[in-house]
Design a protein around this ligand. Structure first.
Ligand SMILES: Cc1cc2nc3c(=O)[nH]c(=O)nc-3n(C[C@H](O)[C@H](O)[C@H](O)COP(=O)(O)OP(=O)(O)OC[C@H]3O[C@@H](n4cnc5c(N)ncnc54)[C@H](O)[C@@H]3O)c2cc1C
Length: 409
């Protein structure tokens, strides 16, 4: 197990500088255009694929970095470039992690390459869990998967919503209930292969921010997938369900609920790192502006009212990064989150990004409020971090329950 460190090693610094170069030279210059177009920035994804940033190899290398700092460092740099474009680049990785974490070796080898495609023909993947009536309350999921034993197929029916890359993905990872009595313990994940009949894109959402990332409903109408598309395989699922049924029986048949989504604890620091990237980007623009903009015959940073805001912004960004790095190190080291440290990092970093980007607009005055400068886009983008992968309220619920051991509602 690697010791916790607050310093990147030489190899990590090299990767960070390479990513920063891509973010500065390719992502940031394209940000305003794709924000206005509200479309997936395919040419930028293709550029990222050409240099090796959009690939399973790169993602896996960072994911398995024994210090735990690979993913947070990569996320911070890419999202520093632009949140919407960066989400289009890393969205596939989020779906791939579902397969890496739960799939068999054969499933990983078969499906993950198809999620990425290659530099001449890039593809994306989608992770579909949320539903119109099951957002924070994951246990209320209605999408059902029923096993057709005669054909060794699963039949999936339901409507997913808010899916990043939903409908445009080559491979969809769909979470469905195989035993509604068990609540979230009765969920299983399925691969829906390219071109499967019955899967269609519903509404594409017009959003407040991260507009270069595609978000849509996914409708599943009698979607049939082979038995081999159940992630982890049937035997493992049957064993897990049997254990969950035993537990439910011992609890007097009470439906097992998991509104707190504690299972996402380990992936939350990655979202915290995205928020740190956006916050840092806005802070840097504000610092530079405050140094150069003159009013009353002196730079506006000469006023404590402005300088102290910048001091607070930087302090909070650094504190957020430390929480993110701690949780990422704990996750890779297999340390138990005894105080919901993953949720803590996501909560603090996402609230920081919202606050810091709003302060950046204020420091830029009228210019901050226009699309001539990037901070208004960064502020719109930052609003997503307190919502997806569990809202701030849900993070607080997870932390409070973990600390108290009480079923706080
Ligand atoms: C741009 C975008 C991309 C997304 N990408 C994906 C994706 O790729 N895949 C996917 O599966 N999902 C995705 N999501 C869904 C996202 O994870 C959900 O929006 C989020 O979990 C919240 O669910 P909800 O929108 O239904 O809000 P709700 O659960 O309806 O919450 C509404 C409000 O009520 C509060 N609330 C709810 N329950 C409680 C409680 N018990 N205590 C206190 N407050 C509470 C919430 O905090 C929130 O403020 C995405 C969402 C967006 C907007």
């Amino acid at each position: 197990m690697a010791e916790f460190t607050m310093e990147l090693n030489d190899e990590q610094k090299e990767v960070r500088d390479w990513l920063h170069g891509f973010a500065a030279d390719v992502i940031r210059p394209a940000a305003a255009e794709w924000d206005e177009r509200e479309e997936t920035p395919w040419p930028v994804i293709q550029e990222a694929a050409k240099v090796g940033i959009y690939s399973l190899d790169f993602y896996a290398q960072q994911y398995f970095d024994p210090t735990g700092l690979g993913i947070p460092m990569a996320m911070e740099e890419l999202f520093w470039g632009d949140a919407g474009i960066a989400l289009s680049i890393v969205g596939t990785g989020l779906a791939a992690v579902g397969v890496l974490a739960n799939g068999t070796e054969e499933q990983i080898g078969t499906w993950i390459p198809q999620m990425y495609g290659d530099a001449t023909d890039v593809k994306v993947a989608a992770f579909c869990s949320s539903e119109p009536d099951a957002g924070s309350d994951v246990a209320s999921m209605r999408t059902r998967a029923v096993y057709d034993e005669a054909n060794d197929e699963w039949v999936i029916n339901g409507t997913k919503t808010w899916a990043t890359n939903g409908g445009i993905a080559n491979v969809h990872v769909v979470v469905a209930s195989v035993d509604p009595e068990l609540g979230s313990k009765g969920h299983a994940s399925f691969i829906v292969p390219p071109g499967t009949r019955g899967l269609a894109q519903g509404q594409k959402f017009k959003k407040h921010g991260i507009r270069a990332s595609h978000t849509a409903e996914v409708v599943l109408d009698d979607v049939r997938v082979p038995g081999s598309c159940l992630l982890g395989g049937k035997e493992k699922l049957d064993e897990r369900l049997a254990r969950a049924r035993e537990k439910a029986k011992a609890a007097g048949g009470e439906r097992v609920k998991n509104a707190a989504m504690a299972t996402f604890e380990a992936s939350r620091p990655a979202v915290g790192a995205m928020a740190v990237g956006t916050a840092r980007a806005a802070y840097e623009v504000a610092l530079e502006y405050a140094r150069t903009r003159e009013q009353f015959g002196r730079p506006i940073i000469d006023n404590q009212g402005v300088a102290f805001q910048l001091a607070d912004m930087r302090t909070q960004i650094d504190a957020a990064r430390l929480l993110v790095w701690r949780a990422s190190w704990m996750a890779i080291s297999g340390k138990r989150f005894t105080a919901a440290e993953g949720s803590m990092s996501k909560l603090f970093a996402s609230e920081t990004a919202k606050k810091v980007t709003a302060q950046a607009i204020q420091i830029l005055g009228g210019n901050g409020y226009t699309r001539e400068y990037p901070v208004e886009r960064m502020h719109r983008d930052a609003a997503i971090y307190t919502i997806f992968e569990g809202t701030s309220e849900i993070q607080r619920l997870v932390i409070a329950r973990t600390l108290s051991g009480m079923p706080i509602r």
